[in-house]
Write a protein that binds this ligand. Structure first.
Ligand SMILES: CC(=O)N[C@H]1[C@@H](OP(=O)(O)OP(=O)(O)OC[C@H]2O[C@@H](n3ccc(=O)[nH]c3=O)[C@H](O)[C@@H]2O)O[C@H](CO)[C@@H](O)[C@@H]1O
Ligand SMILES: C=C(OP(=O)(O)O)C(=O)O
Length: 508
């Protein structure tokens, strides 16, 4: 954990230095130290005293950390700038959190490559750390080592961290093989309205898990059992499929899971389970047959694949800013419907041939997006479980439709409370009408205008607002962007690297 804090403090120092417009050498001179020491500090590779933090704060005229309270992060966006060049897609939040939970299946050392450094991952690392799992960043590339203890200290669980993420629900599957009683807090995450956990309970009951929900906690009790017949999931959800897989992985026998999600994070989890020695048949389909093993004790090394939702976000950034941008490492299989719809809307794109991701399985391409005259899609935009249009990609179509000629209907049937946040685009000049809690009518094209606003409390709508700000001439401010940092690593800096002008600031 100490390493984690050093990295975060290092990033704050780097942000403050860049904001001041200083080089590392200039900061080093002001501190009477070397450029290489500043470099190490900014990368989180050097222990740093409180006195040094105070001196850096003084030199940069910016309080780097305020003890006991880290002020929220905000973005100041100078919009109307074209993007250009190329940008890489990072690994996915959703696979990384599933794999972190899956590491609890293994008594050996798990190494995950190029893990996204995002708040959602940090929360799960905090929870893992609190129950005795040793985690360590190996380098600046995001390679992460996870070593579990012989016994987990579940009573010591960091409930505050656990409560901030929904992903902690995926502790249920692995933990039911390790202990007979435990508790985890109600699942958190984005404020998207009610999100059921019932399908998880129904699926895991086959393994003997009973859960009572009281006082904000799930109290789990395990009387281990073998699923006598195929488990039919009541929803084709991603995390519920993962939970069933995690439980099946250490059930010494064959488990059949029907109505399984075959989405990208589920596939990454299946590939990882195979490395743990668990055979999974039917990967990429809705019936998974898992040949579990009672004990897993292996040193494994796995590289999760790139995030299709981040790829979609970057693509949308290029569209709304009318830019030519190359997005590298796009997991194309998980973006096919989106690309087909955009093709129909008139988007000019060019794709390279396919090449494998580091997991050796997922197919990637580089995608160049060019400025295009878009027309609204004839049919409604609506998500479906994979291989449909990705549920998390729907909000990006609101921003894209706002740049197109004509009116587009967006039907976000999945979440009770997400479509409404997209009406925030109206404050930036869009014409978005909420027809009912799930349907939006977007009239384009839009002449975007700058605005100052709070970040919507939902990841994808928040990024959509940021993209619209990038398109709007003038200076916009987006306040309290924790929710964006939950799912995107260094988004502002990375967009700046292709021509955006986004400044990070905090009130301390
Ligand atoms: C950590 C992680 O991986 N999170 C993803 C995962 O969350 P997760 O798998 O937790 O998603 P939920 O279980 O909350 O499902 C999302 C919503 O879809 C509804 N639903 C889902 C499937 C279905 O067949 N019928 C149905 O109605 C659910 O009731 C819920 O309202 O999947 C969501 C949907 O892809 C994504 O937005 C999240 O980014
Ligand atoms: C809704 C999302 O994630 P989570 O399941 O982490 O809330 C998302 O990634 O858009």
């Amino acid at each position: 954990m100490a390493d984690d804090y050093l990295v975060r403090i290092g990033k704050l120092i780097r942000d403050a230095r860049q904001h001041r417009g200083w080089t590392q050498t200039q900061l080093a001179e002001a501190l009477g130290t070397s450029q290489s020491a500043v470099n190490r500090i900014e990368r989180g590779n050097q222990n740093i005293s409180l006195e040094m933090i105070a001196r850096i704060g003084e030199a940069l005229d910016s309080e780097i950390v305020s003890l006991g309270y880290a002020g929220p992060m905000h973005l100041r966006v100078v919009g109307g700038r074209r993007l250009s060049g190329a940008i890489d897609v990072k690994t996915s939040k959703n696979a990384c959190v599933a794999l972190l939970c899956a590491s609890l299946l293994n008594s050996g050392r798990t190494t995950l490559r190029r893990v996204a450094r995002i708040e959602e991952v940090y929360r799960i690392l905090e929870v893992l750390g609190s129950i005795g799992v040793r985690t360590r960043w190996l380098n600046d590339d995001g390679d992460l080592e996870i070593v579990p203890p012989a016994e987990l200290d579940l009573d010591a669980m960091d409930m505050a961290a656990a409560r901030r993420t929904r992903s902690v629900i995926m502790f249920l599957g692995p933990l039911l093989h390790r202990v007979e009683r435990f508790r985890i807090p109600y699942a958190g995450g984005c404020d998207l309205g009610t999100r059921t956990v019932q399908p998880h309970m129904t699926a895991l009951r086959h393994f003997g898990l009973e859960v009572a929900a009281t006082d904000g906690m799930y109290h789990a009790q395990v009387d281990r059992a073998a699923p006598g017949h195929p488990i039919v999931l009541t929803e084709r959800g991603d995390t519920v499929t993962e939970n069933a897989l995690l439980a099946a992985a250490r059930h010494n026998g064959v488990t059949v899971i029907r109505n399984a999600s075959s989405n990208y994070m589920v596939q990454d989890l299946c590939f990882f389970l195979e490395q743990l020695g668990v055979k999974v048949e039917g990967i990429g389909t809705t019936t998974l047959t898992v040949h579990g093993v009672a004990h897993i004790d292996r040193d494994v090394d796995y590289a999760p694949s790139e995030d299709p939702v981040e790829a979609m976000s970057l693509l949308a950034a290029a569209v709304v800013t009318e830019s030519e941008l190359t997005i590298r490492r796009v997991p194309v299989e998980f973006l096919e419907i989106e690309l087909a719809v955009l093709d129909e809307m008139g988007l000019d794109t060019e794709r390279t041939g396919e090449y494998p991701a580091d997991n050796g399985r997922t197919r990637l391409i580089d995608l160049t997006v060019r400025p295009s005259k878009l027309r609204a899609p004839i049919d409604k935009i609506h998500p479906m479980p994979f291989p449909g249009l990705n549920i998390d990609n729907v909000p990006f179509f609101a921003a894209i439709a706002a740049t197109a000629q004509g009116s587009a209907l967006i039907h976000d049937w999945v979440y009770d409370n997400r479509a409404i946040y997209l009406t925030d685009l109206n404050r930036l000049g869009a014409d978005v009408k909420l027809l009912d809690p799930h349907r939006l009518l977007v009239e384009g094209p839009t002449r975007w205008r700058a605005a100052e606003m709070m970040c919507p409390p939902a990841l994808r709508p928040a990024v959509v607002v940021l993209l619209a700000m990038m398109a709007a001439e003038g200076t916009s401010v987006l306040r309290n962007v924790y929710v964006i940092n939950r799912g995107y690593e260094d988004l502002a800096e990375r967009l700046n690297s292709v021509g955006a002008q986004i400044e990070i600031f905090r009130d301390i």
